[in-house]
Write a protein that binds this ligand. Structure first.
Ligand SMILES: *Cc1c(COP(=O)(O)O)cnc(C)c1O
Length: 386
């Protein structure tokens, strides 16, 4: 179980050297689209399913496989499959399990593009999604009746509400519902959903898994059977594969995941304490460890709701260490005012749909150091009073 300080087992696991060429501590980037065979018999064995050697990089690649093996171990799953992005992982996992007429139960305040996927792709194909508050998913044992897939995030995006995963997993099991969770916020350092009874774990590896804001990637971890289904259906047929170079960058990211998460947590703890004490702060959204079973720590992504005495635009422009931008989970600190999300052009804006305050800002606390970041925030807030 995660211990809130980063499991030492996980740190050891992620720094394991697994057989690089000539004693190298990192695996080679196998930048080849195809893999050939020495004989007719070997080729035939591979094509008839009697061997699983590499064939073609759309479906399999040794560098990608090395990353997948690390992720499967880190999340406590049997197998994993990499994708070109978090959204490729999310859409491929969902479509491998759904057909027209099926219903999805989704937690409110999911990642906005996941919401758009449900509404713009699944709904026109005859797959309906209902959105539920965390408390309803936990407390209504009949809510998941007739549902095919329960799609979860804990904590959720934007407002960071944590779900009692063992409870939801138990309801789902009773109704034969497949459970999926986006675990990008907590990472396996702070939460291992498979150990809590969830079937399928998904990551936007672009965030903490990469940790360096230089990669867009995704991964799904689950049982052998679930992963085999993805490998058979949505990986080869949509073709959203993870590239070898990206996989290599992600292995590099995983090596430092535990100490990075520890540092993010130290800064986040300080920010939650200090922000909560300010009179013009209405709410700090950041679940503390153990607010729900199995949540062993707090990452560096949170949101803060100010009262009307703070000019959010001025705050954004005054901060020196926080750059304005989307995404999160890198070394650098970021601020994302919800006013900008609310003003985002186009239909299917979940921020408008589910009611987010325009005085809310999302902060991604980077690795700069807690004291420097807090000094910056304190002085910028001082200059942003209306
Ligand atoms: C960024 C993000 C995604 C999408 O991941 P990409 O790698 O950008 O496709 C999914 N879920 C959450 C919670 C995210 O923050």
């Amino acid at each position: 179980m995660p211990d809130g300080q980063g499991s030492p087992d996980l740190a050891t696991l992620l720094s394991e050297v697994n057989g690089g060429i000539g004693g190298s501590v990192t695996p080679p980037i196998v930048q080849s689209s195809l893999f050939t065979f020495d004989s007719y018999a070997e080729f035939e064995d591979r094509m008839s399913g009697h061997s699983d050697s590499a064939l073609y990089t759309r479906v399999q690649n040794p560098t990608v496989a090395a990353f997948e093996a690390m992720m499967a171990k880190a999340e406590g799953g049997e197998a994993a499959v990499g994708f070109a992005s978090g959204m490729a992982a999310i859409s491929s996992a969902l479509l491998a399990h759904l057909k027209p007429g099926d219903r999805v139960a989704c937690v409110e305040h999911v990642y906005p593009d996941t919401y758009r996927f449900m509404e713009r792709i699944l709904r026109p194909f005859g797959i309906e999604t209902d959105y539920h508050a965390c408390a309803d998913l936990e407390d209504d044992p009949e809510l998941l009746k007739g549902v095919k897939v329960a799609y979860l995030e804990s904590p959720t995006s934007v407002v960071f509400k944590a779900l009692n995963l063992p409870k939801v997993a138990a309801h789902a099991r009773r109704h034969g519902v497949t459970t999926m969770i986006d675990n990008s916020w907590a990472t396996p350092v702070f939460q291992r959903p498979i150990e809590l009874g969830i079937d399928i774990v998904i990551h936007s590896a672009s965030k903490y898994i990469s940790g360096h804001s230089d990669t867009v990637a995704g991964v799904v971890v689950s049982s052998k059977d679930h992963i085999a289904r993805l490998r058979d259906l949505t990986l080869p047929l949509f073709g959203g594969k993870l590239a070898p170079f990206e996989a290599w960058l992600l292995i590099r990211g995983l090596r430092t995941l535990v100490p990075r998460m520890r540092q993010h947590q130290e800064t986040a703890d300080l920010f939650v304490d200090r922000l909560s004490a300010l009179p013009f702060v209405k709410r700090v959204n950041s679940p503390s460890r153990n607010t729900v079973p199995g949540l062993g720590g707090r990452s560096g992504l949170m949101s803060v709701e100010f009262d009307d005495s703070i000019d959010v635009a001025r705050l954004s422009d005054t901060l020196r260490h926080f750059r304005l931008g989307v995404s999160w989970g890198g070394f650098e600190s970021l601020i994302l005012p919800s006013r900008i999300g609310l003003a985002q052009a186009g239909d299917f804006n979940s921020m408008q749909e589910f009611g987010v305050s325009p005085q809310l800002v999302r902060l991604s606390l980077g690795l700069e150091g807690a004291d420097d970041l807090w000094a910056d925030m304190e002085s910028a807030l001082d200059k942003s009073k209306i």
